[in-house]
Structure formats: structure tokens, C-alpha cells
Design a protein around this ligand. Sequence first.
Ligand SMILES: [Zn+2]
Length: 124
Amino acid sequence: MGKFYGGSFQAIQEYFQQKFCRFCSHPFTAEGVELLREEPGILVVRVGCSACGRPLGVAIVGTGPKPGGQREKSPFDWSKRDSERFAAKLPISYDDVLAAHQFFSELGPDWSKHLPRAPRTGAR
Ligand SMILES: [Zn+2]
């Protein structure tokens, strides 16, 4: 199963295993990092503490080309600004995740509807 994600998801898990829960101070585990969604060039993951069960938040992690490089792997329905916005997220930081957590908390449980989707009319 792990090979399906080409190592990027594992890299995210390893990143968070170096971080500590701010509630109970236990390190995060690989099991605490859940893949929510995979798009070309990005992974959306939810991070939580396996020890105390507290959620850290949702992170959008760019796995595609680095800033300044080719961006052809971005989803076809994204604007150039979308691509650059997520490309600029490399590499992620702990603060990014906390900010994302606050952002998604305000959106509520149906936050996923705010993710980029194909335009209805094809107008650009
Ligand atoms: Zn904890």
C-alpha cells in the first residue's frame, strides 16, 4: 500500500514523527497521519495524536514540481494562481499545519467542498 503514494506520503508521516503533540507532548506516529485526498501534485492529510486522540489539523502538502519548475502536473482545472499557491507550500512547516487547522475549523465539517473543483461551465 505504501508504494502507491510514491514515498511522498511516507515522507509526510516521517516529518510529523519528528513533531510532538502540543497537548500531551507525545510524538506523532505514522498511524496518526491519515491521507484524506490525493490530487496530482498535492496530498491532503489529517494529522492527529495517537496517544491522546487530539487532532492537529489538516495539511495540504505539495508533492509536485518545485517552485520555479514545471507545473504541468497541477490539476487541469486549477488556475495558475492555485498552482503557485500550493507550490509555495513546499516545504510544509508546523506553523502551516496549525494555520490550516484553524482555517478548516472555521469552515466546519463540510470543508472539503471548498477545495478546488472543476468549473461548471468551463469559463476561464
Ligand atoms: Zn497528544
